[in-house]
Write a protein that binds this ligand. Sequence first.
Ligand code: TYD
Length: 220
Amino acid sequence: MTLGGRVRRGFFLTLEGIDGAGKSTLAKTAAELLRTRYPDVRCTREPGGTPLGEALRRLFLEERGLPIGARAECLLFSAARAQHLEDVIEPALEAGTAVICDRYVDSTLAYQGAGRGLSRERVEALQNWLAPSWRPDLSVLLDLPVEEGRRRGQARATPPNRFEDEQRTFHEAVRKCYLELAAAEPERIRVLDASRPLPEVLEALRVVLEAAMPEAEAGP
Ligand code: TYD
Protein backbone atom coordinates (compact mmCIF):
# COMPACT_ATOMS: atom_id res chain seq x y z
CA MET A 1 0.00 0.00 0.00
CA THR A 2 1.31 3.46 -0.74
CA LEU A 3 1.18 6.50 1.44
CA GLY A 4 1.16 9.67 -0.62
CA GLY A 5 3.47 7.93 -3.08
CA ARG A 6 5.64 6.43 -0.34
CA VAL A 7 5.56 2.82 0.76
CA ARG A 8 3.46 1.92 3.75
CA ARG A 9 4.65 -1.16 5.58
CA GLY A 10 2.95 -0.87 8.94
CA PHE A 11 -0.65 -1.40 9.99
CA PHE A 12 -3.00 1.47 10.72
CA LEU A 13 -5.79 0.84 13.24
CA THR A 14 -8.19 3.54 14.40
CA LEU A 15 -10.66 3.36 17.28
CA GLU A 16 -13.92 5.25 17.12
CA GLY A 17 -17.11 5.70 19.08
CA ILE A 18 -19.27 8.11 21.02
CA ASP A 19 -17.94 9.49 24.30
CA GLY A 20 -17.89 6.86 27.03
CA ALA A 21 -17.66 3.87 24.67
CA GLY A 22 -14.43 2.61 26.31
CA LYS A 23 -11.83 3.02 23.58
CA SER A 24 -8.86 3.29 25.97
CA THR A 25 -9.34 -0.23 27.31
CA LEU A 26 -9.52 -1.52 23.76
CA ALA A 27 -6.31 0.22 22.74
CA LYS A 28 -4.29 -1.75 25.30
CA THR A 29 -5.58 -5.10 24.07
CA ALA A 30 -5.17 -4.08 20.43
CA ALA A 31 -1.54 -3.18 21.14
CA GLU A 32 -0.87 -6.62 22.66
CA LEU A 33 -2.44 -8.34 19.65
CA LEU A 34 -0.56 -6.24 17.10
CA ARG A 35 2.73 -6.84 18.89
CA THR A 36 2.53 -10.51 17.89
CA ARG A 37 2.92 -9.43 14.24
CA TYR A 38 4.67 -6.04 14.32
CA PRO A 39 7.99 -5.28 16.05
CA ASP A 40 6.81 -1.84 17.13
CA VAL A 41 3.37 -0.60 18.07
CA ARG A 42 2.72 3.09 18.47
CA CYS A 43 -0.35 4.22 20.42
CA THR A 44 -1.47 7.74 19.74
CA ARG A 45 -4.63 9.83 19.88
CA GLU A 46 -6.54 12.69 18.33
CA PRO A 47 -6.62 15.45 19.05
CA GLY A 48 -3.04 15.00 20.26
CA GLY A 49 0.08 13.08 19.41
CA THR A 50 2.22 16.16 18.68
CA PRO A 51 2.95 19.36 20.67
CA LEU A 52 0.46 21.24 18.44
CA GLY A 53 -2.14 18.50 18.80
CA GLU A 54 -1.78 18.36 22.57
CA ALA A 55 -2.04 22.17 22.79
CA LEU A 56 -5.24 22.08 20.73
CA ARG A 57 -6.51 19.22 22.86
CA ARG A 58 -6.10 21.31 26.01
CA LEU A 59 -7.88 24.16 24.28
CA PHE A 60 -10.81 21.97 23.27
CA LEU A 61 -11.19 19.91 26.36
CA GLU A 62 -10.20 22.28 29.15
CA GLU A 63 -11.21 25.74 27.93
CA ARG A 64 -14.86 24.84 27.86
CA GLY A 65 -15.99 28.47 27.96
CA LEU A 66 -13.95 29.54 24.92
CA PRO A 67 -16.31 30.18 21.99
CA ILE A 68 -15.32 28.04 18.98
CA GLY A 69 -17.69 27.93 15.99
CA ALA A 70 -18.39 24.75 14.04
CA ARG A 71 -16.18 25.63 11.07
CA ALA A 72 -13.30 26.77 13.28
CA GLU A 73 -13.67 23.59 15.31
CA CYS A 74 -13.48 21.46 12.17
CA LEU A 75 -10.42 23.30 10.91
CA LEU A 76 -8.64 23.05 14.26
CA PHE A 77 -9.18 19.29 14.53
CA SER A 78 -8.02 19.02 10.93
CA ALA A 79 -4.92 21.16 11.58
CA ALA A 80 -4.00 18.93 14.50
CA ARG A 81 -4.46 15.90 12.22
CA ALA A 82 -2.27 17.32 9.45
CA GLN A 83 0.61 17.75 11.91
CA HIS A 84 -0.02 14.34 13.44
CA LEU A 85 0.08 12.64 10.04
CA GLU A 86 3.25 14.39 8.98
CA ASP A 87 5.19 14.00 12.22
CA VAL A 88 3.92 10.71 13.64
CA ILE A 89 1.57 8.52 11.62
CA GLU A 90 3.18 8.54 8.18
CA PRO A 91 6.79 8.07 9.37
CA ALA A 92 5.71 5.26 11.70
CA LEU A 93 3.77 3.42 8.97
CA GLU A 94 6.65 3.82 6.55
CA ALA A 95 9.01 2.34 9.14
CA GLY A 96 6.80 -0.76 9.49
CA THR A 97 5.28 0.23 12.83
CA ALA A 98 1.68 -0.60 13.72
CA VAL A 99 -0.16 2.58 14.65
CA ILE A 100 -3.20 2.60 16.91
CA CYS A 101 -4.95 5.94 16.83
CA ASP A 102 -7.70 6.76 19.33
CA ARG A 103 -10.06 8.74 17.04
CA TYR A 104 -9.28 9.86 13.52
CA VAL A 105 -11.07 11.14 10.38
CA ASP A 106 -14.35 9.36 11.18
CA SER A 107 -14.58 11.43 14.40
CA THR A 108 -14.53 14.65 12.37
CA LEU A 109 -17.18 13.34 9.98
CA ALA A 110 -19.36 12.27 12.90
CA TYR A 111 -18.83 15.14 15.38
CA GLN A 112 -18.29 18.16 13.14
CA GLY A 113 -20.29 16.86 10.16
CA ALA A 114 -23.32 15.19 11.74
CA GLY A 115 -23.05 16.61 15.29
CA ARG A 116 -22.40 20.24 14.40
CA GLY A 117 -24.35 20.04 11.13
CA LEU A 118 -21.52 20.94 8.73
CA SER A 119 -21.82 19.74 5.14
CA ARG A 120 -20.61 16.17 4.91
CA GLU A 121 -19.14 16.82 1.44
CA ARG A 122 -17.08 19.75 2.69
CA VAL A 123 -15.78 17.95 5.74
CA GLU A 124 -14.88 14.97 3.57
CA ALA A 125 -13.20 17.18 0.96
CA LEU A 126 -11.09 18.80 3.67
CA GLN A 127 -10.03 15.40 5.00
CA ASN A 128 -9.17 14.18 1.51
CA TRP A 129 -7.03 17.24 1.00
CA LEU A 130 -5.08 17.03 4.24
CA ALA A 131 -4.84 13.27 4.32
CA PRO A 132 -5.11 11.84 0.81
CA SER A 133 -3.83 8.53 2.11
CA TRP A 134 -5.81 8.72 5.32
CA ARG A 135 -7.54 5.40 5.04
CA PRO A 136 -6.84 3.12 8.00
CA ASP A 137 -6.39 -0.61 7.40
CA LEU A 138 -9.04 -1.19 10.04
CA SER A 139 -11.33 1.05 12.08
CA VAL A 140 -13.10 -0.38 15.08
CA LEU A 141 -16.32 1.37 15.97
CA LEU A 142 -17.41 0.80 19.54
CA ASP A 143 -21.14 1.23 19.35
CA LEU A 144 -23.19 2.04 22.41
CA PRO A 145 -26.60 3.62 23.12
CA VAL A 146 -26.14 7.32 23.89
CA GLU A 147 -27.69 7.01 27.36
CA GLU A 148 -25.24 4.28 28.32
CA GLY A 149 -22.28 6.34 27.08
CA ARG A 150 -23.51 9.27 29.13
CA ARG A 151 -23.89 7.13 32.23
CA ARG A 152 -20.35 5.79 31.84
CA GLY A 153 -19.00 9.30 31.26
CA GLN A 154 -20.63 10.56 34.43
CA ALA A 155 -19.06 7.73 36.40
CA ARG A 156 -15.57 8.98 35.42
CA ALA A 157 -13.67 11.36 37.67
CA THR A 158 -12.70 13.79 34.86
CA PRO A 159 -14.95 16.81 34.25
CA PRO A 160 -17.07 16.64 31.06
CA ASN A 161 -15.48 18.16 27.95
CA ARG A 162 -17.29 20.54 25.56
CA PHE A 163 -18.73 17.60 23.61
CA GLU A 164 -19.88 15.55 26.58
CA ASP A 165 -21.84 18.62 27.68
CA GLU A 166 -23.84 18.59 24.44
CA GLN A 167 -27.50 17.61 24.22
CA ARG A 168 -28.61 14.07 23.63
CA THR A 169 -29.64 14.93 20.02
CA PHE A 170 -26.00 15.85 19.26
CA HIS A 171 -24.75 12.46 20.44
CA GLU A 172 -27.58 10.62 18.68
CA ALA A 173 -26.55 12.33 15.41
CA VAL A 174 -22.90 11.38 16.02
CA ARG A 175 -23.82 7.74 16.68
CA LYS A 176 -26.11 7.57 13.64
CA CYS A 177 -23.38 8.99 11.40
CA TYR A 178 -20.84 6.47 12.69
CA LEU A 179 -23.23 3.62 11.90
CA GLU A 180 -23.86 5.02 8.42
CA LEU A 181 -20.12 5.28 7.78
CA ALA A 182 -19.74 1.66 8.90
CA ALA A 183 -22.58 0.53 6.63
CA ALA A 184 -20.95 2.33 3.69
CA GLU A 185 -17.51 0.83 4.34
CA PRO A 186 -18.11 -2.53 6.02
CA GLU A 187 -14.68 -3.87 5.09
CA ARG A 188 -12.80 -1.06 6.82
CA ILE A 189 -15.12 -0.19 9.71
CA ARG A 190 -16.07 -3.08 12.00
CA VAL A 191 -18.76 -2.40 14.58
CA LEU A 192 -18.42 -3.91 18.05
CA ASP A 193 -21.31 -3.82 20.51
CA ALA A 194 -19.72 -2.00 23.45
CA SER A 195 -22.70 -2.68 25.74
CA ARG A 196 -21.66 -6.32 26.04
CA PRO A 197 -19.43 -7.49 28.93
CA LEU A 198 -15.82 -6.40 28.44
CA PRO A 199 -14.31 -9.89 27.89
CA GLU A 200 -16.76 -10.41 25.01
CA VAL A 201 -15.88 -7.05 23.46
CA LEU A 202 -12.17 -7.86 23.72
CA GLU A 203 -12.72 -11.27 22.13
CA ALA A 204 -14.66 -9.65 19.27
CA LEU A 205 -11.75 -7.21 18.85
CA ARG A 206 -9.32 -10.11 18.63
CA VAL A 207 -11.40 -11.74 15.89
CA VAL A 208 -11.69 -8.62 13.70
CA LEU A 209 -8.04 -7.73 14.17
CA GLU A 210 -6.80 -11.25 13.30
CA ALA A 211 -8.93 -11.15 10.16
CA ALA A 212 -7.65 -7.71 9.12
CA MET A 213 -3.93 -8.21 9.73
CA PRO A 214 -1.98 -9.32 6.69
CA GLU A 215 -0.71 -12.89 6.74
CA ALA A 216 2.70 -13.22 8.38
CA GLU A 217 5.36 -13.62 5.70
CA ALA A 218 6.72 -17.15 5.44
CA GLY A 219 10.26 -17.54 6.74
CA PRO A 220 13.22 -18.54 4.49
P1 TYD B 1 -11.47 12.60 24.60
O1 TYD B 1 -11.33 12.94 26.04
O2 TYD B 1 -10.31 11.99 23.91
O3 TYD B 1 -12.74 11.71 24.44
P2 TYD B 1 -12.78 10.17 24.28
O4 TYD B 1 -12.06 9.61 25.49
O5 TYD B 1 -14.25 9.87 24.25
O6 TYD B 1 -12.08 9.90 22.98
O7 TYD B 1 -11.96 13.89 23.85
C1 TYD B 1 -11.92 14.02 22.51
C2 TYD B 1 -13.19 14.74 22.12
O8 TYD B 1 -12.98 15.42 20.89
C3 TYD B 1 -14.35 13.77 21.94
O9 TYD B 1 -15.48 14.28 22.61
C4 TYD B 1 -14.62 13.83 20.44
C5 TYD B 1 -14.02 15.12 19.99
N1 TYD B 1 -13.49 15.10 18.61
C6 TYD B 1 -14.16 15.76 17.61
O10 TYD B 1 -15.22 16.37 17.87
N2 TYD B 1 -13.66 15.76 16.33
C7 TYD B 1 -12.49 15.13 16.03
O11 TYD B 1 -12.05 15.15 14.86
C8 TYD B 1 -11.79 14.44 17.07
C9 TYD B 1 -10.50 13.74 16.78
C10 TYD B 1 -12.32 14.45 18.35
